[in-house]
Write a protein that binds this ligand. Structure first.
Ligand code: PMP
Length: 452
Protein backbone atom coordinates (compact mmCIF):
# COMPACT_ATOMS: atom_id res chain seq x y z
CA UNK A 1 0.00 0.00 0.00
CA UNK A 2 1.12 3.57 -0.67
CA UNK A 3 2.17 5.36 2.45
CA UNK A 4 2.57 8.97 3.53
CA UNK A 5 4.94 9.43 6.44
CA UNK A 6 4.38 5.80 7.45
CA UNK A 7 0.57 6.01 7.16
CA UNK A 8 -1.36 4.13 4.47
CA UNK A 9 -2.98 6.56 2.05
CA UNK A 10 -6.20 4.55 2.01
CA UNK A 11 -6.55 4.68 5.80
CA UNK A 12 -5.75 8.37 5.68
CA UNK A 13 -8.39 9.18 3.08
CA UNK A 14 -11.06 7.27 4.97
CA UNK A 15 -10.12 9.06 8.17
CA UNK A 16 -10.18 12.44 6.45
CA UNK A 17 -13.73 11.84 5.17
CA UNK A 18 -14.90 10.86 8.66
CA UNK A 19 -13.22 13.83 10.28
CA UNK A 20 -14.61 16.32 7.75
CA UNK A 21 -18.12 15.04 8.37
CA UNK A 22 -17.55 15.19 12.10
CA UNK A 23 -16.26 18.75 11.89
CA UNK A 24 -19.34 19.85 9.94
CA UNK A 25 -21.64 18.13 12.46
CA UNK A 26 -19.86 19.64 15.45
CA UNK A 27 -19.71 23.24 14.24
CA UNK A 28 -23.11 24.49 12.97
CA UNK A 29 -22.62 28.03 14.29
CA UNK A 30 -19.17 28.35 12.73
CA UNK A 31 -20.71 27.13 9.49
CA UNK A 32 -23.52 29.71 9.62
CA UNK A 33 -21.12 32.50 10.51
CA UNK A 34 -18.77 31.46 7.71
CA UNK A 35 -21.65 31.50 5.24
CA UNK A 36 -22.52 35.05 6.26
CA UNK A 37 -18.87 36.08 6.05
CA UNK A 38 -18.65 34.77 2.48
CA UNK A 39 -21.12 37.44 1.36
CA UNK A 40 -18.70 40.35 1.63
CA UNK A 41 -15.36 39.00 2.75
CA UNK A 42 -13.08 38.12 -0.08
CA UNK A 43 -12.26 34.41 0.33
CA UNK A 44 -14.87 34.35 3.12
CA UNK A 45 -12.32 35.32 5.78
CA UNK A 46 -10.58 38.57 6.81
CA UNK A 47 -7.22 37.20 5.61
CA UNK A 48 -7.13 34.54 2.93
CA UNK A 49 -4.62 32.39 4.91
CA UNK A 50 -7.39 31.74 7.41
CA UNK A 51 -8.63 29.16 4.91
CA UNK A 52 -5.39 27.19 5.13
CA UNK A 53 -6.44 25.24 8.22
CA UNK A 54 -7.81 22.45 6.05
CA UNK A 55 -11.23 22.62 7.74
CA UNK A 56 -14.40 22.57 5.60
CA UNK A 57 -15.04 26.16 6.80
CA UNK A 58 -13.26 28.42 9.27
CA UNK A 59 -13.63 27.73 12.97
CA UNK A 60 -15.10 30.95 14.39
CA UNK A 61 -13.75 32.20 17.70
CA UNK A 62 -15.88 33.33 20.62
CA UNK A 63 -12.97 34.15 22.94
CA UNK A 64 -9.36 33.28 23.66
CA UNK A 65 -7.90 33.31 27.16
CA UNK A 66 -4.71 31.80 28.50
CA UNK A 67 -4.02 28.46 26.82
CA UNK A 68 -7.60 28.01 25.63
CA UNK A 69 -9.84 29.11 22.87
CA UNK A 70 -13.62 29.00 22.97
CA UNK A 71 -15.32 28.59 19.59
CA UNK A 72 -18.84 29.81 18.79
CA UNK A 73 -20.24 26.28 19.11
CA UNK A 74 -19.04 26.11 22.69
CA UNK A 75 -15.98 23.86 22.35
CA UNK A 76 -13.08 24.74 24.61
CA UNK A 77 -9.91 23.97 22.73
CA UNK A 78 -6.44 23.48 24.19
CA UNK A 79 -4.54 25.89 21.96
CA UNK A 80 -1.00 24.91 21.02
CA UNK A 81 -1.02 27.16 17.94
CA UNK A 82 -1.32 30.30 20.04
CA UNK A 83 -1.82 32.53 17.04
CA UNK A 84 1.29 30.96 15.48
CA UNK A 85 3.39 32.51 18.30
CA UNK A 86 1.63 35.89 18.66
CA UNK A 87 0.08 34.54 21.86
CA UNK A 88 3.15 32.64 23.08
CA UNK A 89 2.60 34.14 26.55
CA UNK A 90 -1.03 33.02 26.56
CA UNK A 91 -4.10 34.68 25.08
CA UNK A 92 -4.90 38.09 26.50
CA UNK A 93 -2.38 38.00 29.38
CA UNK A 94 -3.91 40.09 32.21
CA UNK A 95 -0.73 42.17 32.69
CA UNK A 96 -0.95 43.23 29.04
CA UNK A 97 -4.70 43.82 28.93
CA UNK A 98 -4.42 45.98 32.08
CA UNK A 99 -1.60 48.00 30.51
CA UNK A 100 -3.70 48.42 27.36
CA UNK A 101 -6.70 49.60 29.35
CA UNK A 102 -4.55 52.08 31.25
CA UNK A 103 -2.92 53.41 28.09
CA UNK A 104 -6.16 53.46 26.08
CA UNK A 105 -7.48 56.16 28.42
CA UNK A 106 -4.32 58.19 27.82
CA UNK A 107 -4.13 58.06 24.05
CA UNK A 108 -3.64 55.45 21.33
CA UNK A 109 -1.35 57.02 18.78
CA UNK A 110 0.41 60.37 18.54
CA UNK A 111 3.52 59.97 16.37
CA UNK A 112 5.35 61.26 19.44
CA UNK A 113 7.04 59.19 22.16
CA UNK A 114 6.21 58.88 25.83
CA UNK A 115 8.39 57.39 28.55
CA UNK A 116 7.67 53.79 27.47
CA UNK A 117 10.18 54.20 24.63
CA UNK A 118 13.23 54.59 26.84
CA UNK A 119 12.12 51.91 29.29
CA UNK A 120 11.32 49.40 26.56
CA UNK A 121 14.65 49.97 24.80
CA UNK A 122 16.51 49.50 28.11
CA UNK A 123 14.67 46.22 28.69
CA UNK A 124 15.32 45.02 25.13
CA UNK A 125 19.01 45.88 25.45
CA UNK A 126 19.25 44.00 28.73
CA UNK A 127 17.39 40.91 27.45
CA UNK A 128 18.73 40.59 23.91
CA UNK A 129 22.22 42.01 24.39
CA UNK A 130 22.14 44.69 21.67
CA UNK A 131 22.24 48.35 22.70
CA UNK A 132 20.24 50.30 20.06
CA UNK A 133 16.58 49.73 19.05
CA UNK A 134 13.82 50.73 16.63
CA UNK A 135 10.28 49.48 16.14
CA UNK A 136 7.86 48.19 13.54
CA UNK A 137 4.27 46.94 13.51
CA UNK A 138 5.05 43.39 12.40
CA UNK A 139 8.06 41.11 12.18
CA UNK A 140 7.67 41.27 8.40
CA UNK A 141 8.09 45.03 8.49
CA UNK A 142 10.96 44.80 10.95
CA UNK A 143 12.80 42.45 8.58
CA UNK A 144 12.03 44.65 5.59
CA UNK A 145 13.31 47.74 7.39
CA UNK A 146 16.44 45.98 8.62
CA UNK A 147 17.28 44.82 5.09
CA UNK A 148 16.98 48.44 3.94
CA UNK A 149 19.23 49.65 6.73
CA UNK A 150 21.79 46.90 6.02
CA UNK A 151 21.99 47.74 2.34
CA UNK A 152 22.21 51.46 3.10
CA UNK A 153 24.80 51.02 5.86
CA UNK A 154 27.07 48.63 3.95
CA UNK A 155 26.61 50.00 0.44
CA UNK A 156 26.19 46.37 -0.69
CA UNK A 157 23.11 45.08 -2.48
CA UNK A 158 23.06 41.30 -2.01
CA UNK A 159 21.12 39.40 0.66
CA UNK A 160 22.00 35.89 1.68
CA UNK A 161 19.32 33.57 3.04
CA UNK A 162 18.93 29.86 3.75
CA UNK A 163 16.86 27.64 1.50
CA UNK A 164 13.35 27.12 2.85
CA UNK A 165 13.44 30.20 5.05
CA UNK A 166 10.47 32.39 5.88
CA UNK A 167 10.83 35.87 7.32
CA UNK A 168 7.31 37.14 6.76
CA UNK A 169 6.08 38.49 3.46
CA UNK A 170 9.38 40.21 2.70
CA UNK A 171 9.60 39.74 -1.07
CA UNK A 172 13.40 39.65 -1.18
CA UNK A 173 13.65 36.30 0.55
CA UNK A 174 11.23 34.31 -1.63
CA UNK A 175 14.03 32.62 -3.51
CA UNK A 176 14.45 28.84 -3.33
CA UNK A 177 17.22 26.49 -4.32
CA UNK A 178 15.93 24.16 -7.00
CA UNK A 179 18.48 21.60 -8.19
CA UNK A 180 21.16 23.87 -6.78
CA UNK A 181 19.92 26.97 -8.63
CA UNK A 182 18.15 30.02 -7.19
CA UNK A 183 14.54 30.22 -8.36
CA UNK A 184 11.95 32.82 -7.45
CA UNK A 185 9.10 31.15 -5.55
CA UNK A 186 6.21 30.77 -8.01
CA UNK A 187 3.49 31.11 -5.36
CA UNK A 188 4.44 34.77 -4.84
CA UNK A 189 1.65 36.84 -6.39
CA UNK A 190 2.11 39.98 -8.41
CA UNK A 191 5.87 40.02 -8.08
CA UNK A 192 7.36 41.62 -11.18
CA UNK A 193 10.96 42.14 -10.08
CA UNK A 194 13.68 39.56 -10.55
CA UNK A 195 14.39 38.68 -6.93
CA UNK A 196 17.33 36.47 -7.81
CA UNK A 197 19.27 39.54 -8.95
CA UNK A 198 20.00 40.59 -5.36
CA UNK A 199 19.24 37.52 -3.26
CA UNK A 200 21.57 34.56 -2.88
CA UNK A 201 20.40 31.33 -1.29
CA UNK A 202 22.33 28.42 0.21
CA UNK A 203 21.41 25.37 2.28
CA UNK A 204 21.40 25.68 6.07
CA UNK A 205 24.31 23.85 7.73
CA UNK A 206 26.39 24.07 4.51
CA UNK A 207 29.50 26.08 5.45
CA UNK A 208 31.24 25.58 2.09
CA UNK A 209 28.25 26.99 0.20
CA UNK A 210 28.00 29.86 2.67
CA UNK A 211 31.64 30.75 2.18
CA UNK A 212 31.32 30.57 -1.62
CA UNK A 213 28.27 32.84 -1.54
CA UNK A 214 30.05 35.38 0.68
CA UNK A 215 33.31 35.32 -1.26
CA UNK A 216 32.46 37.96 -3.91
CA UNK A 217 32.29 40.51 -1.06
CA UNK A 218 28.96 41.98 -2.15
CA UNK A 219 26.72 40.54 0.58
CA UNK A 220 25.16 43.20 2.78
CA UNK A 221 23.79 40.69 5.28
CA UNK A 222 22.86 37.15 6.05
CA UNK A 223 19.27 37.07 7.28
CA UNK A 224 18.56 33.89 9.20
CA UNK A 225 16.59 32.26 11.94
CA UNK A 226 19.11 30.67 14.32
CA UNK A 227 17.00 27.50 13.99
CA UNK A 228 14.85 27.15 10.89
CA UNK A 229 11.26 26.97 12.15
CA UNK A 230 9.12 27.56 9.11
CA UNK A 231 9.79 24.43 7.06
CA UNK A 232 9.27 22.12 9.95
CA UNK A 233 12.30 22.61 12.17
CA UNK A 234 15.97 22.39 11.24
CA UNK A 235 18.52 22.65 14.04
CA UNK A 236 21.99 24.03 13.42
CA UNK A 237 24.57 21.25 13.52
CA UNK A 238 27.17 21.48 16.30
CA UNK A 239 29.67 24.21 15.44
CA UNK A 240 27.68 25.53 12.48
CA UNK A 241 26.94 28.96 13.89
CA UNK A 242 30.44 29.45 15.36
CA UNK A 243 31.98 28.91 11.95
CA UNK A 244 29.22 30.68 10.03
CA UNK A 245 29.64 33.78 12.20
CA UNK A 246 33.39 33.79 11.56
CA UNK A 247 32.84 33.50 7.78
CA UNK A 248 30.24 36.27 7.75
CA UNK A 249 32.57 38.55 9.70
CA UNK A 250 35.57 37.69 7.51
CA UNK A 251 33.69 38.73 4.38
CA UNK A 252 32.40 42.00 5.86
CA UNK A 253 28.72 41.02 5.86
CA UNK A 254 26.28 41.60 8.71
CA UNK A 255 24.47 38.81 10.54
CA UNK A 256 20.78 39.55 11.11
CA UNK A 257 19.09 36.99 13.36
CA UNK A 258 15.34 36.81 13.08
CA UNK A 259 14.29 35.62 16.55
CA UNK A 260 10.55 36.00 15.92
CA UNK A 261 9.97 32.28 16.58
CA UNK A 262 13.18 31.27 18.36
CA UNK A 263 12.42 33.71 21.15
CA UNK A 264 10.80 30.52 22.48
CA UNK A 265 14.39 29.68 23.60
CA UNK A 266 14.19 32.10 26.53
CA UNK A 267 13.93 35.80 27.42
CA UNK A 268 17.10 36.60 25.41
CA UNK A 269 16.18 34.41 22.47
CA UNK A 270 18.30 31.67 20.93
CA UNK A 271 21.31 33.98 20.53
CA UNK A 272 21.62 34.63 24.26
CA UNK A 273 20.89 31.02 25.16
CA UNK A 274 23.57 29.72 22.78
CA UNK A 275 26.16 32.49 22.74
CA UNK A 276 25.60 33.80 19.21
CA UNK A 277 26.65 37.35 18.39
CA UNK A 278 24.45 38.99 15.80
CA UNK A 279 24.93 42.46 14.34
CA UNK A 280 21.16 42.88 14.31
CA UNK A 281 18.22 41.03 15.86
CA UNK A 282 14.55 41.08 14.92
CA UNK A 283 11.76 40.19 17.35
CA UNK A 284 8.03 40.34 16.70
CA UNK A 285 4.85 38.36 17.26
CA UNK A 286 4.71 37.77 21.07
CA UNK A 287 6.71 40.93 21.90
CA UNK A 288 3.52 42.85 22.76
CA UNK A 289 1.70 39.86 24.25
CA UNK A 290 -0.43 39.68 21.09
CA UNK A 291 -0.66 43.38 20.19
CA UNK A 292 0.80 44.04 16.72
CA UNK A 293 4.37 45.24 17.20
CA UNK A 294 7.96 44.27 16.51
CA UNK A 295 11.43 45.60 17.24
CA UNK A 296 14.93 45.40 15.84
CA UNK A 297 18.22 46.05 17.56
CA UNK A 298 21.75 46.84 16.38
CA UNK A 299 25.23 46.61 17.86
CA UNK A 300 26.77 49.98 18.72
CA UNK A 301 29.07 49.72 15.71
CA UNK A 302 26.29 48.92 13.27
CA UNK A 303 24.08 51.61 14.82
CA UNK A 304 26.79 54.16 14.00
CA UNK A 305 26.89 53.07 10.39
CA UNK A 306 23.10 53.18 10.20
CA UNK A 307 23.00 56.69 11.63
CA UNK A 308 25.69 57.79 9.19
CA UNK A 309 23.71 56.32 6.27
CA UNK A 310 20.66 58.33 7.32
CA UNK A 311 22.71 61.49 7.88
CA UNK A 312 24.34 61.22 4.47
CA UNK A 313 21.10 60.48 2.61
CA UNK A 314 19.15 63.23 0.89
CA UNK A 315 16.15 64.51 2.89
CA UNK A 316 12.78 62.88 2.12
CA UNK A 317 11.20 59.49 2.50
CA UNK A 318 13.53 56.85 3.91
CA UNK A 319 11.20 53.99 3.03
CA UNK A 320 11.56 52.84 6.63
CA UNK A 321 8.64 53.10 9.05
CA UNK A 322 4.86 53.41 9.02
CA UNK A 323 2.57 55.98 10.61
CA UNK A 324 1.29 53.84 13.46
CA UNK A 325 4.66 52.26 14.24
CA UNK A 326 5.62 52.50 17.92
CA UNK A 327 2.18 53.88 18.76
CA UNK A 328 1.43 54.44 22.43
CA UNK A 329 -0.71 51.33 22.77
CA UNK A 330 1.91 49.05 21.23
CA UNK A 331 4.68 50.47 23.41
CA UNK A 332 2.58 49.97 26.55
CA UNK A 333 2.01 46.36 25.50
CA UNK A 334 5.73 45.76 24.90
CA UNK A 335 6.63 47.29 28.24
CA UNK A 336 4.19 45.05 30.07
CA UNK A 337 5.35 41.97 28.16
CA UNK A 338 9.05 42.60 28.72
CA UNK A 339 8.54 43.45 32.38
CA UNK A 340 6.21 40.62 33.37
CA UNK A 341 6.29 37.87 30.73
CA UNK A 342 9.60 37.79 28.87
CA UNK A 343 11.37 36.74 32.07
CA UNK A 344 13.30 33.64 33.16
CA UNK A 345 10.62 32.88 35.77
CA UNK A 346 7.90 32.72 33.12
CA UNK A 347 9.98 30.80 30.59
CA UNK A 348 11.30 28.05 32.86
CA UNK A 349 8.00 26.19 33.40
CA UNK A 350 6.97 26.69 29.74
CA UNK A 351 10.16 25.04 28.58
CA UNK A 352 9.88 22.24 31.12
CA UNK A 353 6.34 21.44 30.01
CA UNK A 354 7.38 21.61 26.34
CA UNK A 355 10.03 19.04 27.26
CA UNK A 356 7.28 16.76 28.62
CA UNK A 357 5.31 17.28 25.41
CA UNK A 358 8.32 16.43 23.25
CA UNK A 359 9.19 13.27 25.17
CA UNK A 360 5.55 12.18 25.34
CA UNK A 361 5.15 12.58 21.58
CA UNK A 362 8.42 10.78 20.95
CA UNK A 363 7.18 7.86 23.04
CA UNK A 364 3.94 7.67 21.02
CA UNK A 365 5.85 7.83 17.73
CA UNK A 366 8.22 5.09 18.87
CA UNK A 367 5.38 2.88 20.11
CA UNK A 368 3.56 3.13 16.77
CA UNK A 369 6.78 2.64 14.83
CA UNK A 370 6.14 5.54 12.42
CA UNK A 371 9.19 7.22 10.85
CA UNK A 372 8.65 10.60 12.49
CA UNK A 373 10.96 12.77 14.58
CA UNK A 374 10.26 15.30 17.34
CA UNK A 375 12.31 18.48 17.85
CA UNK A 376 12.17 21.08 20.62
CA UNK A 377 13.43 24.66 20.80
CA UNK A 378 12.54 26.00 24.24
CA UNK A 379 8.76 26.31 24.49
CA UNK A 380 8.35 25.19 20.87
CA UNK A 381 7.96 21.60 19.68
CA UNK A 382 7.64 20.20 16.17
CA UNK A 383 7.05 16.73 14.74
CA UNK A 384 8.13 15.92 11.23
CA UNK A 385 7.46 13.02 8.89
CA UNK A 386 11.04 11.78 8.71
CA UNK A 387 12.86 9.39 10.99
CA UNK A 388 16.06 11.45 11.12
CA UNK A 389 15.86 15.20 11.86
CA UNK A 390 16.48 17.14 8.63
CA UNK A 391 19.72 19.10 8.27
CA UNK A 392 18.56 21.59 5.64
CA UNK A 393 15.52 23.11 3.97
CA UNK A 394 15.45 20.63 1.11
CA UNK A 395 15.33 17.65 3.46
CA UNK A 396 12.78 19.35 5.69
CA UNK A 397 10.62 20.27 2.69
CA UNK A 398 10.65 16.70 1.41
CA UNK A 399 9.39 15.48 4.79
CA UNK A 400 6.35 17.76 4.66
CA UNK A 401 3.03 16.43 3.50
CA UNK A 402 -0.02 18.68 3.28
CA UNK A 403 -2.58 15.86 3.18
CA UNK A 404 -1.21 14.07 6.21
CA UNK A 405 -0.90 17.38 8.07
CA UNK A 406 -4.50 18.34 7.31
CA UNK A 407 -5.74 14.96 8.47
CA UNK A 408 -3.87 15.18 11.78
CA UNK A 409 -4.82 18.79 12.40
CA UNK A 410 -8.48 18.09 11.71
CA UNK A 411 -8.45 14.95 13.86
CA UNK A 412 -6.95 16.99 16.71
CA UNK A 413 -9.35 19.88 16.21
CA UNK A 414 -12.31 17.49 16.49
CA UNK A 415 -10.81 16.40 19.82
CA UNK A 416 -10.48 20.00 20.99
CA UNK A 417 -6.77 20.41 20.44
CA UNK A 418 -5.40 23.08 18.12
CA UNK A 419 -1.95 23.07 16.51
CA UNK A 420 -0.47 25.36 13.85
CA UNK A 421 -1.98 24.72 10.42
CA UNK A 422 1.03 25.09 8.11
CA UNK A 423 3.27 22.39 9.57
CA UNK A 424 3.27 20.59 12.93
CA UNK A 425 4.24 23.22 15.45
CA UNK A 426 3.10 23.21 19.05
CA UNK A 427 3.83 25.95 21.53
CA UNK A 428 3.49 25.79 25.29
CA UNK A 429 2.42 29.02 27.05
CA UNK A 430 2.49 29.91 30.76
CA UNK A 431 -1.16 28.79 31.11
CA UNK A 432 -0.79 25.42 29.38
CA UNK A 433 -1.55 22.63 31.85
CA UNK A 434 -0.32 19.05 32.21
CA UNK A 435 -3.84 17.99 31.25
CA UNK A 436 -3.65 20.00 27.99
CA UNK A 437 -0.37 18.29 27.13
CA UNK A 438 -1.81 14.88 28.00
CA UNK A 439 -4.82 15.58 25.78
CA UNK A 440 -2.59 16.50 22.83
CA UNK A 441 -0.39 13.42 23.24
CA UNK A 442 -3.47 11.23 23.64
CA UNK A 443 -5.02 12.68 20.48
CA UNK A 444 -1.89 12.02 18.41
CA UNK A 445 -1.88 8.49 19.82
CA UNK A 446 -5.54 8.18 18.82
CA UNK A 447 -4.79 9.40 15.31
CA UNK A 448 -2.03 6.85 14.82
CA UNK A 449 -4.26 4.09 16.19
CA UNK A 450 -7.08 5.14 13.85
CA UNK A 451 -4.69 4.93 10.90
CA UNK A 452 -3.56 1.38 11.63
N1 PMP B 1 10.01 36.02 10.88
C1 PMP B 1 9.76 34.73 11.13
C2 PMP B 1 10.88 33.82 11.49
C3 PMP B 1 8.46 34.26 11.04
O1 PMP B 1 8.22 32.97 11.27
C4 PMP B 1 7.43 35.13 10.69
C5 PMP B 1 5.99 34.67 10.57
N2 PMP B 1 5.73 33.35 10.66
C6 PMP B 1 7.75 36.45 10.46
C7 PMP B 1 9.05 36.87 10.56
C8 PMP B 1 6.70 37.44 10.07
O2 PMP B 1 5.84 37.72 11.11
P1 PMP B 1 4.55 38.57 10.81
O3 PMP B 1 3.68 37.71 9.93
O4 PMP B 1 3.96 38.79 12.16
O5 PMP B 1 4.97 39.80 10.14
Amino acid sequence: ALTLGGISTRALQALLLRERASYIRRNPKSQAQSARAAEHLLFGVPLHWMNDWGTPFALQVASAQGAHLLDVDGHRLADFCLGDTGAMFGHAPPVVTKALQRQAALGLTTMLPNDDGAVVAELLAARLGLPMWQFAMTATDANRFVLRWMRAATGRSVLLVFNGCYHGTVEDVFVDLVDGKPVQRDSLLGQVHDLTAHTRVVEFNDLAALEAALAPGDVACVLAEPVMTNIGMVLPQPGFWEQAQALIRKHGAMLVLDETHTISSGPGGYAQAHGLQADAIVVGKPLGGGMPCAAYGFTAELAERVVAAKRNAPPGHSGIGTTLTANLLAMAAIRATLTHLMTPEVFAPMQALAGCLASGLQAVVTRHGVPWCVTQVGARVEFQFCAVPPVNGTEAGLAMNAELEHAIHLYLLNREVLITPFHNMMLVCPDTTDADVARLIGAVDGFLTACR
